[in-house]
Ligand binder design. Structure first.
Ligand SMILES: [Mg+2]
Length: 103
């Protein structure tokens, strides 16, 4: 197997990348995969935040990274308002990045 840094010499590792990981339908499809992903991303100096449209009273107990609850608000705008814009999104329903959902 060829490593990415060997195959694509022009790629440089960016400083910290903030990754937004959805919960329902994304993390829930394969929690062990995403647990490993979070651990490896952290080892590489990146920040993974679970960004969910849930309300805080629908909280995720013992989640392996920080969780942000947007309370049905679009995720991109919510994170920008918090001053923590996401660099890379991982989400099974990308429309919820930009749209609000019915409360
Ligand atoms: Mg989802």
């Amino acid at each position: 197997m060829v490593r990415a840094d060997q195959a694509y010499g022009c790629i440089r590792k960016q400083a910290t990348v903030r990754i937004g990981l959805d919960f329902d339908g994304t993390y829930t499809r394969d929690p062990l995969l995403w647990d490993r992903f979070i651990a490896v991303a952290n080892e590489h100096g990146h920040e993974v935040i679970c960004v969910t449209m849930r309300f805080e009273d629908e909280s995720l107990a013992d989640f392996p990274c920080e969780v942000i609850y947007t309370a049905r608000k679009g995720k991109v705008g919510h994170m920008v308002k918090l001053g923590r814009p996401i660099d890379i999104w991982i989400d099974d329903n990308p429309q919820w990045l930009l749209l609000d959902a019915a409360a």
